[in-house]
Each structure stands twice: as structure tokens, then as C-alpha cells.
Design a protein around this ligand. Sequence first.
Ligand code: VY7
Length: 167
Amino acid sequence: MNIGLIWAQTPAGVIGAGNAIPWRVPEDMAHFKATTLGHPVVMGRKTWDSLPARFRPLSGRRNIVVTRDPRWAAEGAERAGSIADALELAADASGPAAPAEAWVIGGGEIYRAAMPHATVLSVTEVDSTIDGDTYAPTPDPSWKVSEDEGWQSSTSGLRYRMRRYTR
Ligand code: VY7
């Protein structure tokens, strides 16, 4: 199973502020949904909490939530006690075919723990100088940009670019 990490960051690496994404780029939300739809998604418990309740669980995807709390439970989510357990759960076929890919969707702590397991990174750069308290991991030199669609303008007024890294 291929494991991807997907995030959106500012050029300074900010991905979050106060348990939320401190910008609104609809094109990136659409890209996030299109990329992850039909695949298991793995997220940390804080990221689960950050999703507006009406969007939980993320529809059309198995939602696997990583937490050390053995009593944690939520409707529509499966609990895993570690990243390794979450990825094992994601790889388990419930139907006839094993899933080809799973996406790790955040947040900062989970990206850092999952990066060694990943073969692809989908990184949206949002051209904003906004401050935050949560940062993207830094891809080490084994990662190369394999796709870059260049800067685009969002209806939000911000510029953004989508890049894919592989190794
Ligand atoms: C997270 C939401 C947050 C706030 C309001 C609505 C990249 C993104 C993420 C995570 C953008 C989000 C949403 C958007 C997705 C919808 C459900 C509603 C869906 C990430 N590049 N961008 N993110 N939702 N990990 N990586 O906006 O979600 O997918 O069904």
C-alpha cells in the first residue's frame, strides 16, 4: 500500500493556528477531497476535533484516528493507538481488494511520525505570511519535487501552488 501525506502550508511552513487552518482556499479543499476520496484517511485526534462536526467522519473514506487514549471513540471513526497500527488498519482489506493507497491528513505531530512510512507528499503552498502554532515537516533531501503546477490564483485572493514530492 502506498502511503501519502497531504497538507497545505505557508512558505514559512505554518499549517495551523489554534487547531484550525488559518486561511480559506476553496480550490485546496477541493483538491484535498479529490485526492483522498475513496481511500482510507489517517489523522491525529486533534485534527479529528478540528473538523467541523457536520463534516465528521469525512464522507466516502475510512476515517482512522490516532490517539493514545484507549477509551476514545467517535461515531464513524476507527481508533488506532499508534501510526503503525493506523497504517496496518488502513491496509486491511474489508472487501475483495486491498486498498492501493492511504492518506495521512494531519496534523503536525502525525505528519512527523508518518513521514518515514510515506512514498508521496502532496503539498499545497498558500502564499500567505500568516502566523500559526503548528508547522509542516521538512522533507529531507531524499524527497524530490515530481510535479509542480505553478502558482495559481484562488477566488480567496491568495495565490497557491500544488506540488507532489516522491522519493
Ligand atoms: C480540512 C475542513 C476544515 C474546515 C472546514 C471544512 C490539504 C487541506 C487539508 C485539510 C484542507 C481541510 C473542511 C474540507 C474537506 C471536505 C470536508 C470539509 C471533504 C489537508 N492540502 N488541504 N483541509 N472540509 N490535509 N491537506 O480543509 O477540512 O474532504 O470532504
